[in-house]
Design a protein around this ligand. Structure first.
Ligand code: COA
Length: 334
């Protein structure tokens, strides 16, 4: 059976560390509030010169080096982001330029914090169908430029950070227990799109997409109904995890590592407790990086492989919930 297996992972986070104490200087907040509510201690912010494509390039080159491949070996680039480099074209095209890629297709995928899993599912289908042999799947975010670093925006601003990470999927022949993506289940509920969103600029805002008044009112910054998001996340993540495991005829106990989206440590602790997952099987890096949306899960995966926690043969379950609402779960054997 044709499968898509992970042959390389790579990550990059900017050098600049922004602690909760640094945020205390910009808005009315406290290290204690942030840690208690979210588990976050610090996050990274991109340098002035750094673009999303610059960050994705470093992560992609590391993934290629890890796989022992060159960009000329890649057949397609799928890049998930909610903080694009420009309105259009997608960030993937600027990454394509920086990687000096041959004339392979690339595109951006917009599924917010579930973006990496949507991209993984897409790449998996490309490989399994035989359309491509190797796909580079990236998640990258520069949130620091899109959040309101003032008291008005504090409920959202303290949660997010910048980062980039990705994986390379390669075609292989094997059975159900061999390395490869086993199952990816995806869901959405668009009726809650406005519960976590950035409204402007947008083509729904006629006639000019954005006005000076909208900017002054902060409608260009993310708005979130935090409690509603929390409640949905802790329901949907276990639901989709069960659905995915059951589709793969696996049990929770079979999973070696759980990589949950890094929105809030409390969400992940709640989910792990509810499912009876031992803490050591549940990796988190939110305390160091905050929520890096589409980059969060591949950051975890890259760190887990680098540290040796994820080994060849490990069964890894990844689950995410985010704006859209969107949610999903991916199961893979390394
Ligand atoms: N620092 C200090 N106080 C803050 C604050 C901050 N950064 N942000 C909000 N507050 C205040 C609020 O104004 C509120 O004050 P009030 O009681 O005087 O009105 C108080 O803290 C409590 O706010 P509340 O919204 O009830 O907090 P909460 O316990 O719901 O926690 C979140 C807020 C955002 C941490 C939590 O709702 C959450 O994690 N939601 C999910 C977020 C998420 O997953 N987002 C991304 C999905 S991809």
């Amino acid at each position: 059976m044709r499968r898509a297996k992970v042959v390389g992972t790579g990550m990059y986070v900017p050098e600049r560390v922004v602690t909760n104490h640094d945020l205390e200087k910009l808005m009315e907040t406290t290290d204690e509030w942030i840690q208690k509510r979210s588990g976050i201690k610090e996050r990274r912010f991109a340098a002035d010169w750094e673009t999303p494509a610059d960050m994705a390039k470093v992560a992609a080159l590391r993934a290629l080096a890890d796989a022992g491949l060159a960009i000329s070996d890649i057949d397609c680039i799928v890049l998930a982001t909610l903080s694009p480099q420009h309105e259009f074209p997608g960030t993937s095209f600027f990454l394509h330029e920086l990687l000096d890629a041959p004339e392979i297709p690339c595109f951006d995928l917009r599924a917010q914090c579930t973006g990496f899993l949507y991209s993984l599912a897409t790449a998996n289908s490309f490989v399994r169908s035989g359309q491509f042999d190797r796909v580079l799947v990236m998640g990258v975010e520069i949130h620091s430029m899109g959040i309101e670093l003032t008291t008005r925006g504090r409920d959202v601003a303290v949660l997010f950070g910048d980062g980039a990470a990705g994986v390379i999927l390669e075609a292989s022949e094997g059975g159900a227990e061999d390395p490869g993506v086993i199952e990816v289940r995806l869901h959405a509920e668009g009726k809650h799109a406005r519960k976590l969103w950035i409204e402007a600029p947008g083509c729904a805002l006629k006639p000019t997409r954005v006005t000076a008044e909208m900017i002054a009112d902060g409608r260009i910054y993310p708005k979130m109904d935090g409690k509603f998001v929390f409640k949905n996340a802790v329901t949907r993540m276990p639901e989709v995890l069960h659905e995915t495991l059951s589709a793969a005829s696996k049990k929770l106990e079979d999973v070696d590592l759980f990589l949950f989206h890094q929105a809030n440590l409390r969400i992940n602790e709640y989910v792990a407790n509810a499912l009876g997952i031992p803490a050591e099987k549940c990796l988190n890096n939110i305390e160091r990086y905050g929520n890096c949306s589409a980059a969060s899960i591949p950051l975890l995966l890259a760190e887990a492989r680098e540290s040796g926690l994820a080994k060849p043969g490990s069964l890894v379950a990844m689950a995410a919930f985010g704006s859209g609402f969107s949610w999903g779960c991916g199961l893979l054997r390394l």
